[in-house]
Design a protein around this ligand. Structure first.
Ligand code: RUB
Length: 316
């Protein structure tokens, strides 16, 4: 029901839901591209039909995964700039906004990478969790500055995104040691920094990232290892300015244990939260394209960028 969706919108939404497309920045880029595809494909011939068709695409994308705010922020940026009195003007506005958004993503990641790299010294070892393109941008920029960096990479059960991180760090020429998640505390003695990304950052500076980040941060603090969160400003969650909390996605139990193995065990409950919240007191710095912030001051940046409230241009 509702306006027809471009094939690219359905495909992108399916790929986000199944994690073919994953990671907050990559999801945001794919969403902006899908919005552009809808603008090109729709046969709406009056402005209201066009707007309604774009909102339908926005809702389909929005409903895929709940935690990474970069997704609704991509929709806010692209659909929020849909202005004009005729279909051609509206379409051009959306296409221009989608291009501007993806250009900003690239630039933001490069800029934050340089900020994060300044925190890393020649010879440092970083510990990573999950796969974050923002976090990797910091290591990449450090390597470009001529610094030699090593990495201890947590495999990140249940989906093993650490394997992607390990491969990308190797591409950069970084020495990689892959460890199981439970080995993190043991290897923190060898780490100079924990470097992670974020799916959402709350107004109080709480960092929502892959499940296991909060435990890692607590352990790192206990070991005296600084925790740096690399997150471009599309990770700031404007709804948290007005007291909303960030929804933590619960994923399928079969990611944790195969049905056959589970049947062998007997009647048990399996839960699979995909993310957790690291309280601001365990975070040393949030590195953005606008510089680095202590988590407690991120709210100032959030107000500057989003005002006091967040609009939802995909809603009817
Ligand atoms: C990915 C994850 C990443 C953030 C940041 O979780 O938690 O750390 O999304 O990534 P999932 P980036 O694999 O479940 O999507 O810096 O690339 O935006």
């Amino acid at each position: 029901d509702g306006p027809p969706l471009a094939e690219a919108v359905d495909d992108t939404a399916d790929d986000i839901a199944t994690m073919e497309i994953r990671g907050a920045a990559t999801i945001a880029r794919a969403a902006a591209d899908a919005v552009a595809a809808q603008a090109r494909a729709t046969d709406a011939d009056d402005p209201e039909a066009f707007r309604s068709s774009m909102r339908a695409a926005g809702r389909r994308l929005y409903d895929t995964r709940p935690t990474a705010v970069s997704l609704p922020n991509a929709l806010r940026y692209t659909l929020g700039r849909m202005e004009g009195d005729d279909v051609d003007t509206l379409r051009d506005a959306v296409l221009a906004a989608a291009t501007a958004f993806t250009d900003r993503l690239d630039r933001a990641q490069r800029d934050l990478g340089r900020v994060g790299a300044n925190r890393l010294r020649d010879g440092d070892t970083v510990m990573t969790h999950c796969h974050s393109t923002d976090a990797l941008a910091c290591v990449e920029a450090a390597v470009e500055q001529g610094k030699s960096i090593s990495a201890i990479v947590k495999e990140t059960r249940p989906r093993n995104q650490g394997h992607i991180t390990a491969a990308e760090l190797r591409e950069l020429g970084v020495d990689v040691t892959l460890v199981v998640d439970s080995a993190a505390r043991r290897y923190l003695d060898e780490a100079d920094h924990v470097v992670v990304g974020a799916d959402s950052i709350a107004a109080d500076g709480g960092v929502v990232n892959k499940i296991g980040t909060s435990g890692l941060a607590v352990n790192a603090r206990e070991r005296g290892v600084p925790i740096m969160v690399a997150a471009q400003t599309i990770k700031l969650h404007p709804d948290t300015l007005t007291g909303h909390t960030v929804e933590i996605e619960m994923r399928d139990e079969t990611e944790v244990i195969a049905d056959a193995d589970r049947a062998d065990i007997g009647e048990i409950t399996v839960e699979n939260p995909a993310f957790d919240v690291t309280p601001p007191r365990y975070v040393d710095a949030i590195v953005t394209e606008s510089g680095q912030f202590p988590p407690e001051s991120i709210v100032t940046l959030m107000r500057e960028l989003f005002g006091e409230s967040a609009d939802r241009p995909w809603e009817e």
